[in-house]
Ligand binder design. Structure first.
Ligand SMILES: [Fe+2]
Length: 298
């Protein structure tokens, strides 16, 4: 049996944008993004200096850490193996954060005043090496939607901007899955219950940074059910796509099923967006799941 197939038009909107400041002159991309599409920017590269290119080495990330990450609001930089690298990596990530901010102003202007909690990452490991050494739950080569185990979002959206900075010109390969309403209809009947007491206890024990809502519990279960379901992984509706070096893409990673299959060296920027900041809140995973549950999930 053949895997289900989606078309490029189903999952992507291509933008001619080639500048972090100027956009593409074709207006906001919010409406397609909120429908779960990946906004693909084939000409939007993030230029690195010769010195920055020397930072692209897996040895520079702390052993056992997946990524180097940076919080531009408090200057917290984690995952750097060698202290001597910290100033150059911090400067790179700070510059990348500011570029992403100007990109939002150009392509997603409606979100500017709502986005919060920025964190960006420098991803140095090849996707394949990381995959071999981890459990199925952490295996991001299985189709999934993002849900944070320790950091509940209480319905807020996870907006991510990715840029392939591979200096050898290697592509980053993703599989992209079906739209969220169809995905939710497929998995919702398999999702279990929610215990407020368990969420309270997990928070008390420091397993989570705040108390998980019913929504967070359902999204985590969906993340796990998707990754565990071999039949869905192989036969679920999906499209493979190679993001070339020097390209960028944007998606709501809590909504668009995705799997990283190949590639190395990437910059990624994350923000959270309250559902009230969306143009069409009804497309949010929160509202889709609430419609299926017939009740509020917060
Ligand atoms: Fe993911």
């Amino acid at each position: 049996m053949r895997a289900g197939v989606l078309t490029m038009e189903n999952v992507m909107r291509v933008s001619a944008c080639s500048s972090w400041q100027a956009g593409d002159g074709a207006g906001s991309k919010v409406s397609e993004l909120e429908r779960g599409k990946v906004i693909y920017l084939p000409h939007l590269a993030f230029g690195l200096s010769d010195k920055e290119i020397t930072l692209l080495d897996v040895k520079r990330v702390e052993p056992k850490r997946k990524n180097i990450s940076y919080n531009p609001q408090n200057g917290r930089l984690t995952g750097v193996a060698w202290a001597a690298d910290r100033p150059a990596i911090e400067a790179l990530l700070a510059r990348h954060y500011h570029a992403c901010k100007t990109l939002v102003a150009a392509l997603l202007p409606e979100y500017q005043r709502f986005l919060h909690s920025p964190v960006n990452t420098l991803r140095l490991h090849p996707v394949t090496v990381w995959r071999k050494s981890n459990s199925w739950r952490k295996d991001d080569s299985r189709l999934h939607v993002d849900a944070f185990p320790s950091r509940p979002v209480c319905g807020e959206r996870i907006l991510r901007i990715f840029t392939n900075i591979n200096p050898q010109g290697n592509s980053r390969e993703w599989r992209i899955g079906e739209d969220f309403p169809r995905l939710a209809q497929r998995f919702y009947p398999e999702l279990g219950g929610y215990s407020k007491f368990t969420s309270w206890l997990q928070n008390l024990l420091g397993i989570t940074k705040s108390q998980r809502s019913h929504y967070d519990a359902l999204m985590l279960q969906m993340h796990d059910k998707m990754k565990r379901d071999e039949r869905y992984q192989q036969l679920g509706l999906q499209l493979s796509f190679q993001f070339p070096a020097g390209s960028s893409w944007i998606c709501f990673s809590d909504q668009t099923p995705h799997a990283a299959m190949a590639g190395q060296f990437m910059l990624e920027q994350t923000w959270l967006l309250p559902v009230q900041g969306m143009q069409r809140p009804e497309y949010s995973p929160l509202k889709v799941l609430e419609a299926l549950a017939g009740k509020t999930l917060l």
